[in-house]
Design a protein around this ligand. Sequence first.
Ligand code: ADP
Ligand code: F6P
Length: 499
Amino acid sequence: MPEMRQSSLVVVANRLPIDDSQAPDGACEWRRSPGGLVSALHPLLRHTPATWVGWAGGTGPAPALPDVDGVRMHTVALSPEDLRDHYEGFANATLWPLYHDSVEQPQHHRRWWEAYQRVNQRFAEATAEVAEPGGMVWVQDYHLQLVPGQLRTLRPDLRIGFFLHVPFPPPELFMQLPRRAELLRGMLGADLVGFQRVQAAHNFAQLVTRVLELPATDRRIGIDDRVVRIGAFPVSIDTAEMAALAARPDVAARARRLRQDLGDPRQVVLSVDRMDYTKGIEQRLKAYSELLAVGDVKVRDTVLVQVAMPSRERVGQYQILRERIEREVGRINGEFGRVGEPAIHYLTQPFDRVELAALYRVADVMAVTPLRDGMNLVAKEYVAARVDNTGALLLSEFAGTAAELSQAYLVNPHDLEGLKQGLRAALRASPADSTQRMRAMRAHLHQHDIRAWARSYLRALDEGGALVGRSADTNSDGTVRVPRPSTASSGPAVHQSRG
Ligand code: ADP
Ligand code: F6P
């Protein structure tokens, strides 16, 4: 067997940052997924041999994949049972609803837990093979909460980070999990546990104290002879990239064309969601339909474009949601639309970045009203795309984004009257007020972009360990040089944790 190449930085995520598509000759081609973590990390990894460990989708044998922008792809295969019980089961029918306020009932099956442990172990073993002695590993999200602990057992020499992209629930909800202690212990295998919000770190510390009886504050947790640091690192987008895309003349032309195709309405309201019950799509449609019913919104004057990209389609709760949304869109269009003038333009297709940027540019009001969301990048993309500082963002208080974009029109999506009032206010906003709000939000996002996020997390992970003294250096172009460990031995390194 050829010797496995090792990297000083390994990112571990459920999905690899690539999509397969068909080349003109019919062959399968792999391309870097647009947006997302890989674009975030790409500029940071230029100087570092890095590997990404993840699933390539599907249930066949793990394909051998080419490097993506210099980052090695290391595939973990899932069997049909793993897909059903780990991804669709424990990850997306137990943890996902539980972590999102139980807006749908979480389901518990012992078989799913077994699959979760098994698949996490496989990711941990794959990571242990490709990480250099003393290297850094950054594990992502709720699919892989056991990996930090499993990896520490296999490779105590590594510096391990874990980041949760979704909300971390309050103790009352988390306590329902039959295997709550194991999940907490898994996360505590990391040296640094990052969350989107300060409240999530607080929930985690409380749970660790209550369930594991460990000494914990909202910043540090003591376990065995180690200190695990915890904190909030709100994830962001490549603001400059989205702004540059939206400013392109072809995108501006496409936006003008879209407006024409929509019938040149006075105002366009846009929502872009994954089809997910956490996104509040049904509540938003109800609010919109009530505004239509009383004449506060008129079809010829205003159109709603609802993009809802199907997701996790074999999970029952997602199938039911899609049926309900489609019935409601049909009802609203049947009741309020006219020939050639639907009240809602409903689209379930994937769009490329150019089309998304054009949609953001055409939207006078962007309605982002999830019932609960770890962050919500769509809201940030919209703001980044408003290069002329116009437009109004209607934003749920329960999206992580709301903690940063306080100049948005903030609403409680559970409060139908409040939602209608927020939508009316956004539609009637004065240009001067909109510009003031948009400027402030854009300034924030230019400073707090995805590079700043990755840089602050990796610096914090590096802090206090064997890598101290060779902290992540900033290069003249603003990118970060992730430090290479000097230890040559693969044996357990003694990390002096300064907490
Ligand atoms: P989540 O992670 O729950 O899906 P986010 O709003 O944080 O929600 O991220 C969604 C990402 O998916 C955004 O980058 C957005 O641009 C992208 N996206 C959403 N809908 C589509 C679509 N129809 N086509 C292409 N990309 C989409
Ligand atoms: O936001 C959570 C998340 O799992 C993201 O990591 C991912 O991009 C998105 O939801 C889509 O989910 P899935 O990987 O299940 O298609």
